[in-house]
Design a protein around this ligand. Sequence first.
Ligand code: PLP
Length: 329
Amino acid sequence: MPVPAPDTPALPTFADVKRAAGRIAGTAHRTPVLTSRTADAMSGARLFFKAENLQRGGAFKFRGAYNAISALPEEVRRRGVIAFSSGNHAQAIALASRLLGVPAVIVMPEDAPQVKVEATRGYGAEVVSYDRYSQDREVLGREIAQARGLTLIPPYDHPDVIAGQGTLALELIEETGPLDMLVACLGGGGQLAGCALAASELSPGIAIYGVEPEAGDDGRRSFHEGRVVTIPVPRTIADGAQTTYLGALTFPIIRERVTDIVTVSDDELVETMRFFAARMKLVAEPTGCLAAAAVLHGKLDVAGKRVGIVISGGNVDIASFAHLVSPAA
Ligand SMILES: *Cc1c(COP(=O)(O)O)cnc(C)c1O
């Protein structure tokens, strides 16, 4: 059966986020919202951390993956799904597929963290590797999908993926009540766009920020230039945000609902990982620290405000984690 032409579907809405919340209920974890007096004192704000590092599969990506696969018609689902990912989306698709009894193929960069590759295989998915600096994963993914009749689930530019990611902000604001600010981590924009759909409806007037690595500021540039800017693969320890452009669906949502996009350095990410480990007893991966790093390093004016912060993932090799959080010599 031919793969449908990749024409752009309609933008997801807040209604899609609510539908996604219904689909993932009882399967995805309703992750805790954590607070820290130390972090509040450091920032002069009231901070609410949504701990998606404690989500199934170790990152918020499970929400979008499970929602997207659940939404497929039965006969499409049975043939299987394919995903390309630097790691967490892969794990999420592998886990969601297993839970839904769907075969999965994952296209992963050959330098992906070993812990992510192993976890993906452990969930029963077939892993195909590629060189992220010379091969286009989207082209490879589409070729395999076509050859085997699989449905491609992209990591961010898909209405059901975006809607699924938005459920984290829905849960957060249900728990905290209205917030002044929401700060999300930004790669391709699934998390930021989904959270913006939910937050702008549930907390009118909320200021919404995306945070990306300094080395990969395509989101900030795209936001300010009003068009999707493509950059070379950024070299950063935030391996989950090594995306090179925002999506055709995520960009317009971000443009309409997001207040601004700021960046943080790799050093600031490492300091934030140390803070989470030492003060909050949390293992967060570098990419998962983007939003918190911006707040804790004074990139945003948070004084006196109620601020939601996404800790987006916790998948980091234990050896890398130990190396990164041990005090610099
Ligand atoms: C994928 C990912 C991101 C970026 O999410 P996008 O939806 O691509 O913007 C941030 N943090 C972690 C831990 C991720 O896995």
